[in-house]
Design a protein around this ligand. Structure first.
Ligand SMILES: NC(=O)c1ccc[n+]([C@@H]2O[C@H](COP(=O)([O-])OP(=O)(O)OC[C@H]3O[C@@H](n4cnc5c(N)ncnc54)[C@H](OP(=O)(O)O)[C@@H]3O)[C@@H](O)[C@H]2O)c1
Length: 311
């Protein structure tokens, strides 16, 4: 099969199109013909070698944890999928090697869900990792009916979904941080925009009124946003981050490392099919332009998602 892979860590140029063996189909594994692969910051972090302390890595290494596609074959213990089914998946495995930047990927059944019928393959490939992160983080800080929620980095891959999911979970107000150029976009998504940077705590206090605090914050950027978070919530246990585990735990907040979860992913797909969750794809790239996509994502200012398409 054709794939994009690396044999050494480093800059985007280490990624190159290669001909590699088709993946094996294990007993509880589904072989998926990839139609689109979502690009996530973790992909460039893996490319740079930053996750070597967390997972065993093997080369040639095909990056990518997000997929949408069509089932080609299913192992004998698979109960939920048959050849021809359209699926989405957050295909994180225990070892980093056989990712989704490829024509085929072997996906453990527990990583998959049916593809939402209202999303095309490109949109669907942008949903799993970012959507699950948003949902699992919002749930960890207990977002529910009547809450006022602050989403740091609300225009990004995770953030734009978190804004909408927070509303779906019952939040009455969602405030989102972004640069000025994304403020109208955040309003479209249902959030009240605020610029990030110096003075954020005061701007939020002015906006919310009363004691100047929100019920919960979720952080998708780290740095100053995370440092400011405890001052913005009434209860430190209701602020969370997916970016900086040690800092948020030291502050008494919640850390989430997103887990594959068929039930959660199915729920997100249903939300999309009800017209309550849109997945915005800023740009698509052909598979062999994966390096260019990662370079753009690494600059840190993508709106919504970047996705690779596989013919
Ligand atoms: N622990 C986990 O399981 C997990 C899961 C998913 C993601 N993550 C991490 O979470 C982070 C976000 O992921 P993502 O996919 O959403 O990334 P992304 O799509 O690359 O985020 C880009 C967005 O960040 C915004 N941004 C940049 N600097 C900002 C700042 N100082 N304050 C507020 N917003 C800012 C940009 O808005 P402007 O253009 O308006 O500046 C842009 O829209 C990454 O570090 C990723 O590795 C962790």
């Amino acid at each position: 099969m054709k794939a994009v892979a690396l044999t050494e860590f480093g800059d985007p140029e280490v990624l190159s199109p290669q001909e590699l063996p088709d993946p094996l189909v294990g007993p509880d594994t589904v072989l998926v013909e990839v139609r689109a692969a979502g690009v996530n910051p973790v992909d460039w972090k893996i490319r740079r070698g930053y996750l070597q302390g967390a997972f065993p890595h093997h080369t040639p290494l095909i990056p990518g944890w997000d997929v949408s596609g069509v089932v080609r074959a299913a192992g004998p213990a698979v109960t939920g999928y048959r050849p021809g089914d359209e699926v989405v998946g957050y295909v994180r495995k225990d070892h980093v090697q056989n990712g989704t930047y490829a024509e085929l990927v072997s996906a453990p059944e527990r990583t998959l869900a049916p593809k939402p019928s209202s999303l095309n393959f490109e949109q669907a490939a942008g949903l799993p990792l970012a959507g699950l992160t948003a949902l699992q983080m919002l749930r960890a800080v207990g977002v529910g009916e009547g809450d006022v929620v602050l989403v740091h980095a609300a225009a990004g891959g995770v953030g734009h979904l978190a804004v909408q999911i927070a509303r779906a979970l019952g939040a009455t107000r969602v405030i989102g941080t972004a640069s000025e150029q994304n403020h109208e976009y955040l309003r479209e998504l249902g959030a009240e925009p605020v610029s990030y940077g110096e003075g954020l705590v005061e701007r939020i206090a002015d906006l919310v009124g009363g004691d100047g605090k929100v019920d919960a914050t979720v952080d998708f950027v780290g740095g100053q946003a995370l440092s400011d978070s405890p001052a913005l919530v009434r209860d430190a246990a209701r602020h969370g981050s997916v970016v900086d585990a040690q800092s948020v735990l030291d502050q008494g907040g919640k850390y989430v490392f997103v887990r594959p979860d068929t039930r959660d992913l199915t729920w997100l797909g249903e939300l999309a099919d009800q017209g309550r969750l849109r997945v915005d794809v800023q740009r698509t790239f052909a598979l062999d332009q994966a390096a260019e996509a990662q370079r753009l994502l690494e600059e840190g200012h993508v709106r919504g998602k970047l996705v690779l398409t596989v013919p």
